[in-house]
Write a protein that binds this ligand. Structure first.
Ligand code: COA
Length: 178
């Protein structure tokens, strides 16, 4: 699957493309806001920290990681992670600058990677996980056709306590392909 991933994908309103160092100010704009970072990473304290993260995560380990661009502006990121060629599975993960929430952008980006996963990479099972209180993420999983599988009890160390994760998935036979 990995070798079939392209660098760039287009949707009606967005471009999914690699994050570069030039995108650091746009990423810092939301990564430095505690409320925005809460579910996904440690709040970035400085622009230099964001630049180091872009180098380490998006450039050195960028496979399956896309910036979500509205025009030239980076408004979030979305990933196809844990790509498992043998079992044809992957995990979907995402974060959006909260200033851009409520417009369907994350859903549009996720639907694109859903299409890529099933129809270009030949994937069979795309899954995602959220903490119980992350309703916006849960709603997104439902919007892209995922179904709840269950609870991974006590599986995530989150803000100094061990919590449950809810796991959702969409499998090839769920797709409405007639
Ligand atoms: C999870 C997250 C990406 C969801 O963001 P979001 O803006 O709610 O999701 P979307 O961009 O798909 O927008 C959907 C919202 O826009 C509305 N919307 C407007 N136009 C729309 C369109 N064309 N298509 C779909 N939804 C649209 C929807 O009704 C929905 O609003 P609602 O929740 O009030 O019903 C965002 O909250 C986030 O980044 N959270 C922090 C990181 C995080 O938790 N990541 C996941 C970890 S498991």
């Amino acid at each position: 699957m990995k070798d079939k991933l392209l660098q760039t994908y287009k949707t009606d309103r967005l471009t999914l493309a690699p994050v570069t160092i030039d995108d650091a100010p746009d990423m810092y704009e939301y990564a430095s806001v505690p409320d925005n970072a809460y579910y996904v990473f440690k709040t970035n304290e400085t622009l230099a920290e964001t630049k180091a993260i872009i180098e380490r995560i998006f450039i050195d380990n960028g496979l399956g990681r896309y910036g979500i661009f509205l025009g030239d502006k980076l408004i979030g990121t979305i990933y196809l992670l844990n790509l498992d060629d043998q079992n044809k599975t992957a995990e979907l993960s995402y974060v959006l600058n909260k200033k851009f929430e409520g417009n369907g952008y994350a859903t549009e980006a996720a639907m694109k990677l859903r299409e890529v996963f099933f129809f270009e990479l030949g994937g069979e099972r795309l899954y995602a996980r959220h903490t119980l209180d992350n309703i916006k993420s849960m709603n997104l999983m439902a919007r892209i056709g995922m179904k709840v599988e269950g609870t991974l009890r006590n599986s995530y160390y989150f803000h100094n306590r061990q919590v449950d994760l809810v796991i959702w998935s969409i499998v090839r036979s769920d797709l409405d392909i007639g």
